[in-house]
Design a protein around this ligand. Structure first.
Ligand SMILES: C[S@@+](CC[C@H](N)C(=O)[O-])C[C@H]1O[C@@H](n2cnc3c(N)ncnc32)[C@H](O)[C@@H]1O
Length: 295
């Protein structure tokens, strides 16, 4: 906790949101401080109502009466801090979100690598904030459109996210039928299977799932792999970070991309900081690592 948050948590503090639970400015600061330090998430007071509604469920399930009690609990309890961060994350995603990225991946990254991969060369892709799996599975379906036998090749897709609940969902690979509207019909019939007893859902086939490894990973922590990756999708996550943190993440990601490899970012994001010097624009919210950069 910052000294300011510490000081303000020891004296009565203005109520920020009125409702079932008392939620003061000091409580908000404690929560915002933890979200920033642990997950890079930069919360402004304008988000107080959102924070309240996302955490109210946690207070109910713990049987607490005020956010001050919740803050005290979170301070001394790693597991609840994890639950709090998970509850604060926005996990909205969908299959083939921003379809131009998958077009670019197919035409400009995968097809040019076809010879290398067919001769046994490696192909590595990373979905760095995978949420519930729609993004890495869209990458896998794009890979399969170029390499239908990808499961027998040296092809891997890493899918990581901070939130263990979304990682578990991704591993399961089961989605409601209405979530598949953006999956082309030929992919749907070839790579999804029905789920016994659940007529409204479909599951991603084993051949697709076997290409994707889901892991919990906080982008703010250490990354226990060296890559390099032929392409990284890091979309709609750094938007929650402050500018310095964004620059740091872009730099770390760029260092893990092969020369000429691609970085795909969210529609309202922009690469900033030192990575600007080693990446060049490759299309809408698409960057390529400059060739000749020392790996
Ligand atoms: C809006 S979703 C984006 C999903 C997908 N990339 C897309 O664009 O559709 C943002 C994801 O970032 C994850 N996230 C937030 N902070 C993170 C961090 N510090 N490290 C890793 N993942 C984080 C959240 O858990 C959430 O699943």
């Amino acid at each position: 906790m910052t000294p300011a948050a510490e000081r303000s948590s020891t004296r009565p503090s203005k109520t920020l949101v009125t409702g079932e639970f008392e939620f003061s400015v000091a409580d908000f600061r404690v929560i915002a401080d933890i979200a920033k330090t642990e997950a890079g998430i930069d919360l402004h007071e304008s988000k107080a109502t959102l924070v309240y509604s996302r955490l109210a469920k946690r207070l109910r399930s713990l049987g607490l009466a005020t956010f001050a009690e919740y803050c005290a609990t979170v301070r001394g309890n790693d597991e609840e801090r994890g639950n709090m961060i998970a509850a604060l994350t926005t996990n909205v995603t969908r299959f083939f979100r921003e379809p131009h990225h998958f077009e670019h991946l197919r035409k400009d990254i995968l097809e040019p690598l076809a010879d290398r991969v067919r001769k046994g060369g490696r192909l590595r892709l990373w979905s760095a904030a995978s949420s519930t799996g729609q993004e890495p599975y869209s990458m896998a379906l794009t890979v399969l459109s170029v390499f239908p036998d990808a499961a027998e090749r040296d092809v891997r897709i890493l899918a990581t996210d901070l939130n263990p609940h979304v990682i578990a969902h991704g591993k399961k690979g089961q989605y409601r039928k209405e979530e598949l509207v953006d999956v082309p019909q030929n992919f749907r019939s070839k790579w999804f299977e029905s789920v016994p007893g659940e007529p409204d859902s479909m599951r991603v086939c084993d051949a697709v799932r076997s290409l994707v490894s889901f892991r919990e990973l906080n982008l703010m922590g250490t990354w226990p792999f060296k890559g390099p990756f032929d392409a990284i999708f890091c979309r709609n996550v750094v938007i929650y970070f402050d500018r310095d943190t964004q620059g740091m993440i872009w730099r770390r990601l760029s260092n893990l991309i092969v020369n000429d490899g691609a970085l795909y970012i969210g529609h309202s994001e922009r690469v900033s900081g030192p990575a600007v010097d080693i990446l060049q624009a490759g299309g809408i919210t698409t960057y390529r690592k400059k060739s000749g950069v020392r790996q």
